[in-house]
Design a binder for this molecule. Structure first.
Ligand code: DOR
Ligand code: ZN
Ligand code: ZN
Length: 437
């Protein structure tokens, strides 16, 4: 047995902040208290300590596009961003839609991770048998509109059958909710106008596309009774639908940093770099999303870390791939808000660790409490610096927030008691797959 005491920390607990020490024994939090002793000691000099973030929505690119992000670089970006657990999406090439491909991902790729991890499994139009077989997953992911990769479930009857099956197996359904029919129609129209500006792309995936898909998945989930998680909501329309139906559904809701911190006003500056699915929205939608974060309608914030090379992003708006990286900037962006007093640290930990752990049923993670995994992030609330592309660990090497000056940064990240990130340096360790309650 080995033990280490983190001395003089300010530990952010669910409802309060505790100033004192934390004793880690082996991989777990053993005790929080004052005057604790251990084999080793580390003085935190009064810095705040948060539970390591659980990012429920990341895209790493293996197999298929390891040149954009592999499991090692992606997980380094996570560690540097204070993220100690990632749940990875299935839209790789090939996509994770069979048990065999999932096991291959586990063995060949995710084994390189320096942080802990879990997997979302992909629903396709022909993999009902696979959905019957799989286990130890965070959720089954449905793409209702097409995006990076080939995954898409367009058929209503298959969608409903698959939701029924998930209900039977008590597996969570996670959804990318954009209506494929609207997207196809609008894309055709807009391309025909010859427009190649970033707003034209956004117009091809209007608010209505998101709202129609959310309306459908809510009505189907009411029928099938499955548990539902809606990824990256962006519009006032989706929020209105949720407030109408929430009491009858087991539903959780996610928002992504790029939709909270960027809007369509950034299209001119960022061009194709700002191309994401769903697209950046108006200032009004952004304000509604923030209000939903603050009133608890939004359960979790997750990055939707979607790395693409700069070279591919610099293509014209229709040809460039959709997505932005986010693992290294989510926490600093949120801590900067805490410094501006628009959020509290307690709100941040609910949105980024406590709630994701609960929504996805992750065992022993997401909270600073005796018995939990010692997944911790030490943050320096006074450190002010600019987001610098040169310093990023993501293989894609850029951020839509490059040049933003932010106050409040992670400085040390622990995964199960082991220091994996220390002031700009990765200390290589071995992440492991999470287990579920
Ligand atoms: O912008 C996006 N990028 N949205 C998605 O749904 C997928 C993601 C990706 O994997 O690139
Ligand atoms: Zn998505
Ligand atoms: Zn995504």
């Amino acid at each position: 047995m080995s033990s280490i005491v983190l001395k003089n920390g300010k530990f952010v607990l669910l409802e309060k902040v505790f100033a004192g020490d934390l004793l880690i024994v082996d991989e777990s939090i053993y005790k929080i208290g004052k005057g604790l002793k251990g084999d080793e000691e580390m003085d935190l000099e009064g810095k705040y300590v948060l539970p390591g973030l659980i990012d429920a929505h990341v895209h790493f690119r293996e197999p298929g596009a390891g040149e954009k992000e592999d499991w090692y670089t992606g997980s380094c970006a996570a560690a540097a961003g204070g993220v100690t657990t990632v749940l990875e999406m299935p839209n790789t090439n090939p996509p994770t839609i069979t048990k065999k491909l999932l096991d291959e991902k586990r063995k060949k790729y995710a084994s390189k991770s320096v942080v802990d991890y879990g997997f979302h499994f992909g629903a396709s139009t022909g993999n009902m048998d696979e959905l019957r077989k799989i286990d130890r997953i965070a959720s089954v992911k449905f793409y209702m509109g097409s995006t990076t990769g080939s995954l898409l479930v367009e058929s209503d009857s298959i969608l409903l059958d698959e939701l029924h099956m998930l209900y039977g197996r008590d597996i969570l359904a996670t959804v990318h909710a954009e209506d494929e029919r609207i997207i196809t129609e609008q894309t055709k129209k807009l391309k025909a106008t010859g427009r190649t500006d970033a707003s034209a792309y956004a117009e091809s995936r209007p608010n209505k596309a998101a709202a129609e898909a959310v309306k459908k998945i809510i009505s189907f989930s009411l029928k099938a009774k499955n548990r539902l998680h809606i990824c990256h909501i962006t519009t006032q329309e989706e929020l209105a639908l949720l407030s109408k139906n929430r009491k009858d559904l087991q539903v959780s809701v996610e928002a992504s940093p790029h939709h909270l911190f960027l809007t369509e006003d950034d299209f001119e500056r960022l061009g194709s770099l700002a191309k994401t699915n769903p697209p950046l929205r108006s200032k009004k939608d952004q304000a509604a999303l923030w209000a939903a974060v603050k009133d608890g309608t939004v359960d979790i914030i997750a990055t939707d870390h979607a790395p693409h090379t700069l070279e591919s992003k610099k293509r014209d708006i229709w040809a460039a791939p959709a997505g932005v990286p986010g693992l290294e900037t989510m926490l600093p962006l949120l801590l900067n808000e805490v410094n501006k007093k628009t959020l509290t640290l307690n709100q941040v930990i609910h949105l980024t660790s406590e709630n994701p752990s609960r929504m996805f049923g992750i065992r022993n993670k997401g909270r600073i409490k005796a018995g939990y995994d010692a997944d911790l992030v030490v943050v320096d609330m006074d450190l002010e610096k600019k987001v610098d592309n040169e310093k990023l660990f993501t293989k894609c090497g850029w951020s839509p927030f490059a040049g933003w000056k932010l106050k409040g940064w992670p400085v040390k990240t622990f995964v199960r008691g082991r220091l994996v990130y220390d002031n700009g340096k990765i200390i290589k360790t071995k992440g492991k797959e999470v287990s579920y309650v």
